[in-house]
Write a protein that binds this ligand. Structure first.
Ligand SMILES: NC(=O)c1ccc[n+]([C@@H]2O[C@H](COP(=O)([O-])OP(=O)(O)OC[C@H]3O[C@@H](n4cnc5c(N)ncnc54)[C@H](OP(=O)(O)O)[C@@H]3O)[C@@H](O)[C@H]2O)c1
Length: 286
Protein backbone atom coordinates (compact mmCIF):
# COMPACT_ATOMS: atom_id res chain seq x y z
CA UNK A 1 0.00 0.00 0.00
CA UNK A 2 1.16 3.52 -0.73
CA UNK A 3 2.14 5.32 2.44
CA UNK A 4 1.22 8.86 1.42
CA UNK A 5 -2.49 9.34 0.84
CA UNK A 6 -2.30 11.88 -1.94
CA UNK A 7 -5.43 14.04 -1.74
CA UNK A 8 -4.15 16.40 -4.41
CA UNK A 9 -3.79 13.60 -6.93
CA UNK A 10 -7.28 12.26 -6.23
CA UNK A 11 -8.76 15.78 -6.39
CA UNK A 12 -7.14 16.35 -9.80
CA UNK A 13 -8.57 13.06 -11.08
CA UNK A 14 -12.06 13.86 -9.78
CA UNK A 15 -11.93 17.38 -11.18
CA UNK A 16 -10.84 16.21 -14.59
CA UNK A 17 -13.63 13.59 -14.74
CA UNK A 18 -16.13 16.20 -13.57
CA UNK A 19 -15.05 18.63 -16.28
CA UNK A 20 -15.86 15.99 -18.89
CA UNK A 21 -19.26 15.20 -17.33
CA UNK A 22 -20.19 18.88 -17.14
CA UNK A 23 -19.21 19.35 -20.75
CA UNK A 24 -21.31 16.35 -21.84
CA UNK A 25 -24.43 17.73 -20.15
CA UNK A 26 -23.76 21.27 -21.36
CA UNK A 27 -23.62 20.02 -24.96
CA UNK A 28 -27.13 18.58 -24.56
CA UNK A 29 -28.76 21.27 -22.42
CA UNK A 30 -26.83 24.48 -23.13
CA UNK A 31 -26.92 25.14 -19.37
CA UNK A 32 -23.79 25.42 -17.25
CA UNK A 33 -23.78 24.77 -13.52
CA UNK A 34 -23.56 28.00 -11.53
CA UNK A 35 -22.40 28.57 -7.98
CA UNK A 36 -23.14 31.77 -6.03
CA UNK A 37 -20.72 32.55 -3.20
CA UNK A 38 -21.80 35.01 -0.54
CA UNK A 39 -18.99 36.76 1.29
CA UNK A 40 -20.22 38.85 4.19
CA UNK A 41 -17.04 39.31 6.18
CA UNK A 42 -13.92 41.32 5.50
CA UNK A 43 -11.50 38.65 6.54
CA UNK A 44 -8.77 38.55 3.83
CA UNK A 45 -8.35 34.79 4.44
CA UNK A 46 -12.03 34.16 3.60
CA UNK A 47 -11.74 36.21 0.43
CA UNK A 48 -8.65 34.31 -0.71
CA UNK A 49 -10.45 31.03 0.03
CA UNK A 50 -13.59 32.04 -1.91
CA UNK A 51 -11.49 33.19 -4.86
CA UNK A 52 -9.62 29.91 -4.88
CA UNK A 53 -12.93 27.99 -4.92
CA UNK A 54 -14.15 30.16 -7.82
CA UNK A 55 -10.93 29.52 -9.73
CA UNK A 56 -11.43 25.77 -9.34
CA UNK A 57 -15.06 26.16 -10.49
CA UNK A 58 -13.86 27.88 -13.67
CA UNK A 59 -11.35 25.08 -14.33
CA UNK A 60 -14.11 22.44 -14.50
CA UNK A 61 -16.71 24.57 -16.31
CA UNK A 62 -18.81 25.75 -13.36
CA UNK A 63 -19.77 29.40 -13.60
CA UNK A 64 -19.58 31.36 -10.38
CA UNK A 65 -20.65 34.70 -9.04
CA UNK A 66 -19.48 36.49 -5.92
CA UNK A 67 -21.93 38.44 -3.82
CA UNK A 68 -19.76 40.61 -1.63
CA UNK A 69 -21.70 42.26 1.17
CA UNK A 70 -20.72 44.97 3.62
CA UNK A 71 -19.67 43.53 6.96
CA UNK A 72 -22.28 45.69 8.76
CA UNK A 73 -25.09 44.21 6.63
CA UNK A 74 -28.40 43.66 8.48
CA UNK A 75 -29.90 40.26 9.13
CA UNK A 76 -32.83 41.03 6.83
CA UNK A 77 -30.63 42.09 3.92
CA UNK A 78 -28.65 38.87 4.12
CA UNK A 79 -31.85 36.82 4.28
CA UNK A 80 -33.17 38.71 1.24
CA UNK A 81 -29.95 38.04 -0.68
CA UNK A 82 -30.27 34.32 0.05
CA UNK A 83 -33.91 34.41 -0.99
CA UNK A 84 -33.04 36.08 -4.30
CA UNK A 85 -30.53 33.33 -5.05
CA UNK A 86 -33.02 30.63 -4.02
CA UNK A 87 -35.45 32.04 -6.59
CA UNK A 88 -32.88 32.54 -9.34
CA UNK A 89 -33.20 29.55 -11.70
CA UNK A 90 -29.77 30.18 -13.20
CA UNK A 91 -28.09 29.60 -9.80
CA UNK A 92 -27.73 25.93 -8.80
CA UNK A 93 -25.57 26.16 -5.70
CA UNK A 94 -25.28 28.68 -2.86
CA UNK A 95 -22.22 28.90 -0.66
CA UNK A 96 -22.34 31.12 2.40
CA UNK A 97 -18.74 31.69 3.40
CA UNK A 98 -18.31 31.34 7.17
CA UNK A 99 -17.61 32.78 9.65
CA UNK A 100 -20.15 35.56 9.36
CA UNK A 101 -19.35 39.00 10.82
CA UNK A 102 -19.59 39.13 14.65
CA UNK A 103 -22.99 40.86 14.59
CA UNK A 104 -24.56 38.01 12.58
CA UNK A 105 -22.57 35.08 13.90
CA UNK A 106 -25.19 34.04 16.45
CA UNK A 107 -27.81 33.77 13.68
CA UNK A 108 -25.63 31.58 11.41
CA UNK A 109 -28.12 28.71 11.62
CA UNK A 110 -30.98 30.97 10.57
CA UNK A 111 -29.16 31.85 7.32
CA UNK A 112 -28.15 28.27 6.64
CA UNK A 113 -31.76 27.16 7.11
CA UNK A 114 -32.84 29.78 4.60
CA UNK A 115 -30.67 28.31 1.80
CA UNK A 116 -32.80 25.99 -0.35
CA UNK A 117 -31.88 22.37 0.46
CA UNK A 118 -31.61 21.80 -3.31
CA UNK A 119 -28.88 24.47 -3.58
CA UNK A 120 -27.15 23.70 -0.27
CA UNK A 121 -23.73 22.69 -1.62
CA UNK A 122 -22.15 22.78 1.85
CA UNK A 123 -24.66 20.25 3.17
CA UNK A 124 -25.42 22.31 6.28
CA UNK A 125 -29.19 22.76 5.82
CA UNK A 126 -31.24 20.73 8.36
CA UNK A 127 -32.93 18.80 5.51
CA UNK A 128 -29.59 17.59 4.16
CA UNK A 129 -28.33 16.88 7.69
CA UNK A 130 -31.46 14.78 8.23
CA UNK A 131 -30.92 12.88 5.00
CA UNK A 132 -27.39 12.06 6.12
CA UNK A 133 -28.86 10.63 9.33
CA UNK A 134 -30.56 8.13 6.98
CA UNK A 135 -27.22 7.52 5.19
CA UNK A 136 -28.17 9.64 2.16
CA UNK A 137 -24.92 11.47 1.36
CA UNK A 138 -26.02 13.27 -1.79
CA UNK A 139 -25.53 16.80 -0.45
CA UNK A 140 -23.41 16.01 2.59
CA UNK A 141 -20.56 18.28 3.79
CA UNK A 142 -17.53 18.42 1.53
CA UNK A 143 -14.63 17.65 3.89
CA UNK A 144 -16.09 14.37 5.25
CA UNK A 145 -17.03 13.37 1.70
CA UNK A 146 -13.42 13.99 0.68
CA UNK A 147 -12.06 11.92 3.56
CA UNK A 148 -14.29 8.95 2.70
CA UNK A 149 -13.39 9.25 -1.00
CA UNK A 150 -9.68 9.20 -0.13
CA UNK A 151 -10.02 6.12 2.09
CA UNK A 152 -12.00 4.35 -0.64
CA UNK A 153 -9.58 5.39 -3.39
CA UNK A 154 -6.73 3.74 -1.47
CA UNK A 155 -8.95 0.69 -0.73
CA UNK A 156 -8.66 1.18 3.01
CA UNK A 157 -11.13 -1.19 4.62
CA UNK A 158 -13.54 0.47 7.06
CA UNK A 159 -15.71 -2.49 7.99
CA UNK A 160 -15.03 -3.55 11.59
CA UNK A 161 -12.21 -1.02 11.98
CA UNK A 162 -11.78 1.14 15.09
CA UNK A 163 -11.95 4.70 13.82
CA UNK A 164 -11.18 7.52 16.24
CA UNK A 165 -12.20 11.06 15.27
CA UNK A 166 -10.92 14.02 17.27
CA UNK A 167 -13.52 16.62 16.36
CA UNK A 168 -17.27 16.91 16.83
CA UNK A 169 -18.07 19.91 14.61
CA UNK A 170 -20.86 20.05 12.02
CA UNK A 171 -18.16 20.51 9.40
CA UNK A 172 -16.07 17.42 10.11
CA UNK A 173 -16.80 15.08 13.03
CA UNK A 174 -20.60 14.82 13.09
CA UNK A 175 -21.14 14.02 9.38
CA UNK A 176 -18.25 11.52 9.52
CA UNK A 177 -20.04 9.56 12.24
CA UNK A 178 -22.88 8.67 9.85
CA UNK A 179 -20.63 8.10 6.84
CA UNK A 180 -18.41 5.73 8.82
CA UNK A 181 -21.34 3.93 10.46
CA UNK A 182 -22.79 3.37 7.00
CA UNK A 183 -19.52 1.61 6.13
CA UNK A 184 -19.62 -0.56 9.26
CA UNK A 185 -16.76 1.04 11.18
CA UNK A 186 -16.75 1.32 14.98
CA UNK A 187 -16.45 4.97 15.89
CA UNK A 188 -15.10 6.89 18.85
CA UNK A 189 -15.47 10.67 18.88
CA UNK A 190 -13.08 12.64 21.09
CA UNK A 191 -13.27 16.33 22.06
CA UNK A 192 -12.06 18.69 24.76
CA UNK A 193 -14.04 16.92 27.50
CA UNK A 194 -12.72 13.46 26.61
CA UNK A 195 -10.87 11.90 29.53
CA UNK A 196 -7.63 10.09 28.85
CA UNK A 197 -7.66 10.79 25.12
CA UNK A 198 -4.39 8.88 24.62
CA UNK A 199 -6.11 5.63 25.57
CA UNK A 200 -8.50 6.10 22.63
CA UNK A 201 -5.79 7.17 20.20
CA UNK A 202 -3.70 4.08 20.98
CA UNK A 203 -6.37 1.69 19.71
CA UNK A 204 -7.28 3.60 16.54
CA UNK A 205 -6.86 1.61 13.33
CA UNK A 206 -7.78 4.85 11.58
CA UNK A 207 -7.28 8.22 13.25
CA UNK A 208 -9.01 11.33 11.87
CA UNK A 209 -7.78 14.47 13.57
CA UNK A 210 -9.18 18.00 13.11
CA UNK A 211 -8.30 20.15 16.11
CA UNK A 212 -6.27 22.94 14.49
CA UNK A 213 -3.15 22.46 16.66
CA UNK A 214 0.18 21.72 14.93
CA UNK A 215 2.02 18.64 16.26
CA UNK A 216 -0.99 17.63 18.37
CA UNK A 217 -0.39 14.02 17.28
CA UNK A 218 3.07 12.68 17.99
CA UNK A 219 4.64 9.27 17.39
CA UNK A 220 4.00 7.83 20.87
CA UNK A 221 0.27 8.60 20.65
CA UNK A 222 -0.55 6.36 17.68
CA UNK A 223 -0.84 2.62 17.20
CA UNK A 224 1.77 0.95 14.97
CA UNK A 225 0.42 0.81 11.41
CA UNK A 226 -2.49 3.22 12.00
CA UNK A 227 -3.94 5.15 9.06
CA UNK A 228 -3.73 8.87 9.83
CA UNK A 229 -6.04 11.44 8.25
CA UNK A 230 -4.82 14.90 9.17
CA UNK A 231 -7.58 17.45 8.59
CA UNK A 232 -6.23 20.30 10.72
CA UNK A 233 -5.02 23.46 9.05
CA UNK A 234 -3.04 26.10 10.90
CA UNK A 235 -0.96 28.86 9.41
CA UNK A 236 2.28 29.60 11.21
CA UNK A 237 4.39 32.39 9.70
CA UNK A 238 2.61 31.91 6.39
CA UNK A 239 3.23 28.14 6.28
CA UNK A 240 0.41 25.59 6.44
CA UNK A 241 0.55 22.90 9.13
CA UNK A 242 -1.68 19.96 9.95
CA UNK A 243 -2.32 18.53 13.42
CA UNK A 244 0.18 15.71 13.05
CA UNK A 245 3.93 15.78 13.50
CA UNK A 246 4.32 14.24 10.05
CA UNK A 247 8.07 13.52 10.10
CA UNK A 248 7.88 11.82 13.48
CA UNK A 249 4.77 9.76 12.76
CA UNK A 250 5.63 8.73 9.20
CA UNK A 251 7.72 5.62 10.03
CA UNK A 252 5.27 4.24 12.57
CA UNK A 253 1.97 4.77 10.73
CA UNK A 254 0.52 2.62 7.96
CA UNK A 255 -0.39 5.59 5.77
CA UNK A 256 -0.87 9.32 6.23
CA UNK A 257 -2.21 12.41 4.47
CA UNK A 258 0.32 15.20 3.91
CA UNK A 259 -0.33 18.88 4.63
CA UNK A 260 -0.67 20.57 2.24
CA UNK A 261 -1.92 18.16 -0.42
CA UNK A 262 -4.09 15.93 1.75
CA UNK A 263 -7.69 16.64 2.73
CA UNK A 264 -7.69 20.33 1.65
CA UNK A 265 -7.84 19.81 -2.16
CA UNK A 266 -10.55 17.18 -1.67
CA UNK A 267 -12.74 19.60 0.27
CA UNK A 268 -12.72 21.91 -2.74
CA UNK A 269 -13.18 18.99 -5.16
CA UNK A 270 -16.31 17.95 -3.29
CA UNK A 271 -17.67 21.49 -3.35
CA UNK A 272 -17.50 21.16 -7.14
CA UNK A 273 -19.06 17.69 -6.97
CA UNK A 274 -21.89 18.97 -4.75
CA UNK A 275 -22.52 21.89 -7.12
CA UNK A 276 -22.76 19.38 -9.97
CA UNK A 277 -25.19 17.22 -7.97
CA UNK A 278 -27.34 20.27 -7.16
CA UNK A 279 -27.28 21.31 -10.84
CA UNK A 280 -28.38 17.86 -12.02
CA UNK A 281 -31.17 17.77 -9.41
CA UNK A 282 -32.47 21.13 -10.62
CA UNK A 283 -32.21 20.14 -14.29
CA UNK A 284 -33.85 16.81 -13.36
CA UNK A 285 -30.96 14.83 -14.86
CA UNK A 286 -30.13 11.45 -13.32
N1 LIG B 1 -8.50 20.43 5.29
C1 LIG B 1 -9.72 20.94 5.15
O1 LIG B 1 -10.27 21.02 4.06
C2 LIG B 1 -10.44 21.39 6.36
C3 LIG B 1 -11.83 21.52 6.36
C4 LIG B 1 -12.47 21.86 7.54
C5 LIG B 1 -11.71 22.11 8.68
N2 LIG B 1 -10.35 22.04 8.61
C6 LIG B 1 -9.50 22.29 9.78
O2 LIG B 1 -9.87 21.36 10.79
C7 LIG B 1 -9.72 21.98 12.06
C8 LIG B 1 -11.05 21.91 12.78
O3 LIG B 1 -12.02 22.66 12.08
P1 LIG B 1 -13.49 22.88 12.68
O4 LIG B 1 -14.14 23.90 11.84
O5 LIG B 1 -14.14 21.56 12.84
O6 LIG B 1 -13.10 23.53 14.08
P2 LIG B 1 -13.80 23.47 15.49
O7 LIG B 1 -15.26 23.60 15.33
O8 LIG B 1 -13.06 24.44 16.35
O9 LIG B 1 -13.51 21.99 16.00
C9 LIG B 1 -12.33 21.60 16.64
C10 LIG B 1 -12.60 20.30 17.35
O10 LIG B 1 -11.42 19.86 17.96
C11 LIG B 1 -11.66 19.58 19.33
N3 LIG B 1 -10.48 19.89 20.10
C12 LIG B 1 -9.77 21.04 20.11
N4 LIG B 1 -8.74 20.95 20.96
C13 LIG B 1 -8.78 19.70 21.48
C14 LIG B 1 -8.00 18.99 22.43
N5 LIG B 1 -6.93 19.57 23.02
N6 LIG B 1 -8.33 17.73 22.74
C15 LIG B 1 -9.41 17.14 22.16
N7 LIG B 1 -10.20 17.75 21.26
C16 LIG B 1 -9.89 19.02 20.94
C17 LIG B 1 -12.82 20.47 19.72
O11 LIG B 1 -13.50 19.96 20.85
P3 LIG B 1 -14.80 20.71 21.48
O12 LIG B 1 -15.94 20.36 20.56
O13 LIG B 1 -14.94 20.12 22.83
O14 LIG B 1 -14.47 22.16 21.46
C18 LIG B 1 -13.66 20.43 18.44
O15 LIG B 1 -14.53 19.33 18.42
C19 LIG B 1 -9.20 23.39 11.78
O16 LIG B 1 -7.81 23.38 11.82
C20 LIG B 1 -9.67 23.66 10.37
O17 LIG B 1 -8.87 24.60 9.70
C21 LIG B 1 -9.71 21.68 7.48
Amino acid sequence: MEKILDGKKLAEKLNSELKQEINNIFEKTGVKPKLAAILANEDPGSEIYVNMKRKKCAEVGIESILIKLEKDISENTLLEEINKLNNDNTVHGILLQLPLPTKLKESTNKFIEKISPLKDVDGFNPINKGLLFDYNEELAPCTPKGIIALLEYYSIELKGKDVVIINRSNLVGKPLIFMLLKRNATITVCHTSTKNIDKHLKRADILIVAVGKPKFITKEKIKEGAIIIDVGQSRVEGKLFGDVDFDQVFEKCGAITPTPGGVGPLTVAFLLQNTFIAYKKQLKIN
